[in-house]
Design a protein around this ligand. Sequence first.
Ligand SMILES: [Zn+2]
Length: 306
Amino acid sequence: MAVALPAQVTVFERGWLSSNNVLLTSGRETVLVDTGYCTHAAQTEALVRDALAGRMLDRIINTHLHSDHCGGNAQLQTAYPEVRISIAQSQLDDVRAWNADALTFEATGQQCPRFVAHDAVRPGDVVEMGELAWSVVGGAGHDPHELLLFEPQHRILISADALWQHGYGVVFPELEGEPGFADVAATLDRIEGLAPRVVIPGHGAAFIDVEEALARARHRLVQQRDDPRSHAWHALKVLLKFKLLEQRRIERTSLLEWATAMPYARALGTRHFSQEPLKALMLRAVGSLLKSGAARQLDDWIEDAG
Ligand SMILES: [Zn+2]
């Protein structure tokens, strides 16, 4: 059953390659939260244009700058030249200089066309979207710069990748040996303190069983904290699966070449699987995706599946 939301809040539920997008259509400004992955940008633009029914898109706010959340920014900026793009204060300089390394696009081997950011939002700010006042809440853990948006009147939380109905996103800092699990815990506590009635996650349908979702997330966090290697293994498969979602099918040798050159994969290989040659590790991860049904092999090709 679809979760009831105020009429001015429209959720485009996408998939795993593109994040969900939330469009707020009434009031002073029309605002879009997150724009999906670049290969889906035409679809994102069509969804937005259709829902706006002739109005302009005035503002984009990105919860964070992973390529699946801001990959449509550039196309929307071309379609709506007046649109104002707001991102986390802590990444404004990196976007202005387009430091693709600091922005993780190189580290993950993913793509994101360059866009122009106009201003910043920070935890503690209140932004008006759809005639509602949304608090900007720090959501570090999955990404140190992540921001969540909470509307206290209807108790709606836009949770990005900090909380999904079944889990949360890979804790990227941990892949490089930086602490991240404590931030995940703090963010989950913060979400619990907000007591949202509805959560609109970055991926998957909006949900109302928030207490259960928090319990599931905390259970996962304990497992990952106790066994960081299992988290690294999971992350490796997530990064490979993302590539398959992006490419649909890719030659096995190309996939392995890409994977063994990906900085995050190299970092987590060195850190957590130093006994195993990187190529063997990647082969094992691809094998695991094939075994679980997340991918299938046809001759020399690996295809996305499931
Ligand atoms: Zn993310």
